[in-house]
Design a protein around this ligand. Structure first.
Ligand SMILES: *Cc1c(COP(=O)(O)O)cnc(C)c1O
Length: 461
């Protein structure tokens, strides 16, 4: 399998090179040249597989430059850190299925991909005798999952900038309580945007980037999408163990990474009827699907902060397919976005979009109300992101279909909001309670590029 860029500017490269490249060197995103087809027969033969065995079947079709035994060991080590034997169990509540993706170390679905990516980086770096210094900005979830993905790994250091006092308490502790020598937390006196801007400037200095082997872990890495494709297969197999109803997925969406993984599964032949894209007030993708209106707005802060995004970085991957794999059309679309703040599509293109996707935007009032009502009906706690997807599924998907809602975070990770909705304290899992007693390490700095740069130079091995 070889990988190409959505902007058409690179020669096809193998999987391991695609992992190390991250963002394509022509500014586009990397995609496989084709999607391996999975027949219905093959799918049925996977019914008895464990999560890890299924992950091997899916991932090995894309990572064919890694020997089978090595890949199996990477997968097994990645999911050994999960607290549930099924890794991503499916539970049925109130006529919907909840796909629990939060049993990893930081209690959000990003662990599914970042545990695997951390092991993958270590494996490829050792083979190539290289080192990597990961730099990233986070508003909470990605940073903690990335830190736990690479802590203690050989050949890798990680520097994560977060806005001081602006993440949830649990998110901050999940980062600063990791005191491994290769992990560096930087709390910036400023906003997430200040952090993001400094990281962009560091990457923009190509000489600095080259000299210090800087790399990123944001959701543009193909390996992250790939690891997430697995749980669509897993959930489909579990739900069809008990019903013949058509299967739909509801996905609370920010960067379009998680839902793009569902699209990939569908392209491979997984019989999925619709992918429901659920947004909060930051609803550019909903406006696009429902009204063909992809125009940028301001980011509004909400109770589901991991979805407070206007520019969904993975959306370019989908546009490449929508535009019949024509990189010229992709470049035109992004030029239009740059110049006029929007992307326009033809009515034929919009028909294609609506064959695969439907969408709804859910406001904060409805989110809080659903957390409360769902708990009253079932005794089950939804985190605010998951709640957005559940409302969307109940509103938009036929009740005689199998409605699978992706649960992207554990309610204890956003306990402030869940408690605001319910009026009582959310019981914390052991892993959260333990956080409060642990030693922490974190550098506090002003939002000043010179200071951050100096710190990096001093601490890069
Ligand atoms: C990152 C995140 C999302 C959004 O996922 P995307 O892949 O960016 O669409 C939703 N919920 C939670 C809890 C997250 O951490």
């Amino acid at each position: 399998m070889r990988y190409i860029s959505t902007r058409g500017g690179i020669n096809p490269i193998p999987f391991k090179d695609a992992v190390m490249m991250g963002l394509a060197s022509d500014g586009g995103l990397l995609l496989p040249q084709s999607y391996p087809a999975v027949t219905r027969e093959q799918l049925e033969s996977w019914r008895g597989l464990s999560y890890q065995e299924l992950a091997f079947e899916v991932i090995s079709r894309y990572a064919d430059d890694i020997p089978g035994g090595d890949l199996k060991s990477l997968i097994n080590r990645s999911y050994a850190t999960f607290a549930h034997p099924e890794i991503t169990p499916l539970v049925r509540k109130n006529g919907v299925y909840i796909l629990e993706l939060f049993h990893g170390v930081t209690l959000a679905f990003k662990d599914v991909a970042l545990q695997f990516l951390g092991n993958l980086f270590e494996y490829i770096l050792a083979e190539r005798n290289q080192t990597l210094n990961i730099i990233g900005a986070t508003s909470g979830d990605t940073g903690s999952a990335a830190i736990h993905g690479v802590r203690g790994k050989k050949g890798i250091s990680i520097f994560i900038l977060h806005p001081l006092g602006k993440t949830s308490a649990v998110q901050a502790l999940q980062m600063t309580s990791v005191t491994d020598t290769n992990v560096h937390n930087i709390a910036v006196r400023g906003t997430f945007d200040d952090c993001q801007k400094m990281v962009k400037e560091l990457f923009g200095d190509l000489e600095f980037k080259e000299k210090y082997s800087l790399g990123a872990v944001n959701s543009i890495n193909w390996a992250r999408v790939l690891a997430q494709v697995v749980y669509y297969f897993y959930a489909w197999l579990r739900v069809t163990d008990e019903t013949d109803a058509p299967v739909n997925f509801s996905v609370p969406t920010g960067n379009f990474g998680d839902i793009f993984a569902g699209y990939v599964a569908k392209r491979m032949g997984l019989p999925v009827d619709k992918l429901l894209l659920a947004t909060n007030e930051n609803n550019i993708l909903t406006r696009f699907i429902n009204k063909s209106d992809y125009s940028l707005g301001e980011v509004v802060p909400t109770v589901s902060p991991s979805m407070d995004i206007q520019i969904a970085s993975n959306f370019e991957r989908y546009l490449f397919h929508l535009f019949a794999e024509n990189p010229v059309r992709v470049k035109e679309a992004f030029a239009e976005l740059e110049e006029h703040g929007r992307i326009s599509c033809s009515s034929d293109e919009m028909t294609l979009v609506r064959n695969d996707f439907c969408s709804i935007s859910v406001n904060q009032g409805a989110t809080l109300q659903t957390i409360r009502e769902f708990y009253a009906d079932t005794g089950y706690l939804l985190d605010p992101h998951t709640a957005v997807g559940v409302i969307a599924a109940l509103d938009l998907l036929p009740s005689d279909s199998a409605r699978i809602c992706l649960a992207t975070a554990h309610p204890a990770k956003f306990s402030e909001t869940v408690e605001q909705s319910l009026g009582f304290q959310v019981p914390a899992p052991e892993s959260v309670k333990e956080l409060y007693g642990k030693p922490t390490r974190c550098e506090i700095m002003d939002a000043d590029l010179g200071t951050v740069r100096k710190f990096l130079i001093e601490h890069i091995g």
